[in-house]
Design a protein around this ligand. Structure first.
Ligand code: BEZ
Ligand code: FE
Length: 286
C-alpha cells in the first residue's frame, strides 16, 4: 500500500468494517469481546506503525509458542504470565473486601490428588532443603476461625525445582493437603523454598532474554484454601528480603503476601501466616 494514501479515516473505516463483521454474533459476550479486541488490536498496530515484517515475526513467535505446548507445558499461559495478563485477570476478578487475603497467580505446578497429611507432619517427603516449620490459621472475614478448611500447599525445593520437574522421582515431594483444626489452625513441616526461573528454554524465555528481563521468581509457597461457605483462595506467601521480589517475571508479588520467615535457634526457619477467606455471596446474602 502507498503509505502516503493512508488516512486515519481509511483506517477507522477498516476497524469498523471488521467490527461490523461480528455484528450478528448471537452470543452477546462473545460479540462484546471480539468488538473490543478488534478495537485494541488495530489501535496497537496503528500506534506501533507495525511493519509487515514485524507482523510476520509476531506470527512466527506465536506459532512457536503453540508448538511448545504439550500435555505438561502450557507456553501460552506462560506468555500471558510474563505479559501480566494472568495477574491482571486475577486482580480484575478479585472483588474481595479489605481484610481478606489477596489472591495471586496459580502457576503450572499444581497437581490434583496431592498426598494428605496430618497437622505437624513433614510434607517435604524427602525434598532437598533447609528445614522449615509453617504455622497458620484460616479465618473468615468476621474473624471467626474456619474449622476443617482444606489447606493445599505446593512449593519448589532447595534447588528451585518442583517434584513434577524431576521425571524420575516417582513420588510427591513438598506438596500436600491438610485439614485445619477445629480452631482454624494448621501446621506442617517442609523445606525452605528457594527462588527459581520460570521455564525459559522456549519462545517466552527468548522474549525475556531479548528484553533483558529476569526469569527468576522470588521464593514462595503456593496455597489453595477451600472452606464451605467461602470463596476458594489461591495465593502464595513470599519471603521478605528476597532479591527477586521487585522483578517477578509474572508480576505475582503483592505486599500483603510478603512475610517474615524467621531463623530459629535450632537452625530451622519458621513461617507464621494467617489466611482470611471471603464468605461466598450465598453465605452473606449479598
Ligand atoms: C509458579 O509460581 O509456579 C509459576 C507461576 C507462573 C509461571 C511459572 C511458574
Ligand atoms: Fe511457584
Amino acid at each position: 500500500m502507498d503509505k502516503s494514501k493512508v488516512t486515519d479515516a481509511g483506517l477507522d473505516a477498516l476497524i469498523h468494517a471488521v467490527q461490523r463483521a461480528f455484528e450478528n454474533t448471537p452470543d452477546p459476550r462473545l460479540k462484546e469481546i471480539m468488538t473490543l479486541l478488534v478495537k485494541h488490536l488495530h489501535g496497537f498496530a496503528r500506534e506501533a506503525r507495525l511493519t509487515q515484517e514485524e507482523w510476520f515475526q509476531g506470527i512466527r513467535f506465536l506459532t512457536e509458542v503453540g508448538q511448545t505446548c504439550s500435555d505438561v507445558r502450557q507456553e501460552f499461559i506462560l506468555l500471558s504470565d510474563v505479559l501480566g495478563l494472568s495477574m491482571l485477570t486475577v486482580e480484575l476478578n478479585d472483588a474481595k473486601p479489605a481484610g481478606c487475603t489477596a489472591p495471586t497467580v496459580f502457576g503450572p505446578f499444581h497437581v490434583e490428588h496431592a498426598p494428605r497429611y496430618d497437622n505437624g507432619e513433614d510434607i517435604g517427603n524427602g525434598a532437598i532443603g533447609k528445614p522449615c516449620v509453617i504455622r497458620g490459621s484460616v479465618r473468615s472475614l468476621s474473624g471467626r476461625p474456619i474449622p476443617d478448611a482444606i489447606v493445599e500447599v505446593w512449593q519448589a525445593d532447595d534447588e528451585g525445582l518442583y517434584d513434577v520437574q524431576k521425571p524420575n522421582l516417582g513420588q510427591a515431594q513438598a506438596r500436600g493437603v491438610l485439614q485445619a483444626r477445629a480452631d482454624g489452625s494448621f501446621d506442617f513441616r517442609s523445606v525452605v523454598p528457594e527462588p527459581y526461573p520460570i521455564p525459559a528454554d522456549g519462545p517466552v524465555g527468548k522474549l525475556l532474554h531479548a528484553s533483558r528481563r529476569s526469569a527468576w521468581r522470588p521464593a514462595h509457597l503456593h496455597f489453595m484454601i477451600k472452606a464451605e461457605g467461602h470463596e476458594t483462595l489461591i495465593t502464595h506467601v513470599f519471603r521478605r528480603g528476597d532479591r527477586f521480589l521487585q522483578s517477578d517475571p509474572v508480576f505475582g508479588v503483592r505486599d500483603c503476601l510478603v512475610a517474615d520467615w524467621e531463623l530459629q535457634p535450632d537452625g530451622s526457619t519458621l513461617l507464621v501466616f494467617d489466611f482470611v477467606l471471603n464468605p461466598s455471596s450465598e453465605e452473606t446474602g449479598s
